[in-house]
Design a protein around this ligand. Structure first.
Ligand code: ARG
Length: 477
């Protein structure tokens, strides 16, 4: 007989049973469901709502039920249970174990506050696990960055080489992104750390339940304020999804860069054989499948977020069965994130950087064009004019197939004088900038110097990157 069978005649359609059942996926929540029941039953006894000895019978029975379910999961036999959901299953098994006294467990409780509790407890655990995993990836990125604070590479905008940075600086950018994700998880944990138990089906309870006691026993920082809000609330899942989306957006960008760097056109990195895969037809191929899967998994993680938001849209208060759809996407996102973050540190460490090619790429493509403009601005030329001079010089370089550092002082001077002159003619300006190009220009144009000059907090100068690495590491101490 169903938990709710009193008012029903005959059997449910078997199609309805399987359509309605959430057991195939909410079995995952059994530990949290039982933990919630324990806390609830202890409180019922403390408030004299049930007898002490009934409480003891129930607690003893729950221990047995917990083992039973654990074994069934281990042996892949949990689908043999005939129950509507994990909450029903626990009560049914408990009844088999200790008889009808098991029915006292549900006094002052509904599956509606129960399911909200179970998911919150599950999520609290998972957030901690994910934070730990994220931390490992962040620390790994910082460790690799430490070794690469001097490694020159092009910084990009629009996927075009823009200005010189260092590999350490580039990788640390991802470390900081992931650190924000880490903090966001902590924020979500704290914001939703309120116990729903005691809000009942929708209207609380006539029993004088001690909600605070249950909350404390289960490690919540307090209780929710409104029963209707509580049993309809899935913001904690939605917030978690949004956090997961942040994480995967960051990781898919990192993955994309790894894929690009690994392509023969860039040849910036090599992924070790242990972390590469091959092609079944083309023997020469080594594929960055790990990175591609990380990038690819962003689809389902974004999808799970959208799916829940869509399910919640327009739901009236309070509980509706639609809410049962909250779980599979959540589990999917959690499981996939865990898998990704499990392999990521090893994958990152399996990459060797081709420093020579990174540097070579920095020295071609006029990445010092801004340095030339800065040099002139430093000498007193308005930056707008300096930009023009540099642009024209780059144009000269392209036409003559040479780098800026190969251009003679006289040529720089000639272009500079032309620009100043035409600016005076065009705009009727009286200013005459008397600027002499000197030998120092070549030191400005040197890419290594260029990076070192960007020596302000947040900049790519090795000294600054060392500082940000230490700052980040200290945040985890
Ligand atoms: N399996 C349900 C869920 O996942 C549990 C709550 C059921 N409540 C109800 N009134 N049918 O949401």
């Amino acid at each position: 007989m169903k938990l709710w069978g009193g008012n029903f005649k005959g059997e449910q359609d078997s199609k309805l049973n399987s359509f309605n059942s959430s057991l195939p996926f909410d079995i995952k929540l059994y530990k949290y469901d039982i933990a919630g029941s324990r806390a609830h039953v202890k409180m019922l006894a403390a408030r004299n709502i049930i007898a002490e000895e009934d409480k003891d019978k129930i607690l003893n029975g729950l221990a047995i039920v917990e083992n039973q379910i654990e074994d069934a999961i281990k042996n892949n036999a949990y689908l043999d249970f005939d129950a509507e959901d994990i909450h029903s299953l626990v009560e049914e098994l408990l009844t088999e174990e200790i008889g009808s006294v098991a029915g006292k467990m549900h006094t002052g409780r509904s599956r509606n506050d129960q399911v909200a509790l179970d998911i919150k407890l599950y999520l609290k655990d998972q957030i901690k696990i994910l934070q730990d995993l994220l931390k490992k990836s962040i620390i790994t990125l910082a460790k690799i960055s430490e070794q690469e604070v001097e490694t020159l590479m092009p910084g990009y905008t629009h996927l075009q080489a823009a200005q010189p940075v260092t590999l350490g600086h580039h990788l640390m950018a991802y470390a900081w992104k992931l650190k924000r994700d880490y903090d966001k998880l902590a924020d979500i944990y704290n914001r939703h750390n309120l116990s729903p138990l005691g809000t009942g089906a929708l209207a609380g309870s006539s029993f004088s339940l001690d909600r605070e006691m249950v909350a404390e026993e289960l490690g919540f920082s307090g209780i929710t304020e409104n029963s209707l809000d509580t049993v309809s609330d899935r913001d904690f899942i939605l917030d978690f999804h949004s956090s997961a989306v942040n994480i995967i957006l960051h990781l898919s960008s990192l993955a994309e860069e790894i894929i690009v760097w690994n392509s023969p056109n860039y040849n910036f990195i090599e992924i070790s054989d242990e972390m590469s895969t091959g092609s079944s037809i083309m023997p020469q191929k080594k594929n960055p499948d790990v990175a591609e899967l990380i990038r690819g998994k962003s689809g389902r993680i974004l999808g799970n977020h959208t799916a829940l938001a869509t399910t919640l849209k327009g739901l009236p208060l309070a509980y509706n069965k639609d809410l049962q759809e909250d779980k599979e996407g959540l589990f999917d996102t959690v499981d996939n994130l865990k898998e990704i973050l499990n392999i990521l540190p090893n994958f990152l460490e399996s990459i060797s950087f081709n420093r020579e090619n990174l540097e070579k790429a920095t020295y071609s493509g006029y990445l010092n064009a801004t340095e030339l403009a800065d040099y002139l601005a430093d000498k007193g030329l308005p930056f707008r004019l300096a930009h023009q001079v540099s642009g024209k010089t780059v144009n000269y370089g392209i036409k003559n197939d040479c780098q800026l550092s190969e251009i003679k002082i006289e040529k720089f001077q000639e272009i500079l004088d032309q620009v100043i002159k035409s600016s005076q003619n065009n705009k009727n300006q009286s200013e005459n900038y008397n600027i002499m190009i000197d030998q120092e220009i070549y030191s400005w144009l040197d890419l290594n110097n260029a990076v070192r000059r960007k020596n302000i907090p947040g900049g790519p100068a090795p000294e600054q990157v060392k500082k940000q690495i230490i700052n980040l590491q200290n945040l985890f101490k």
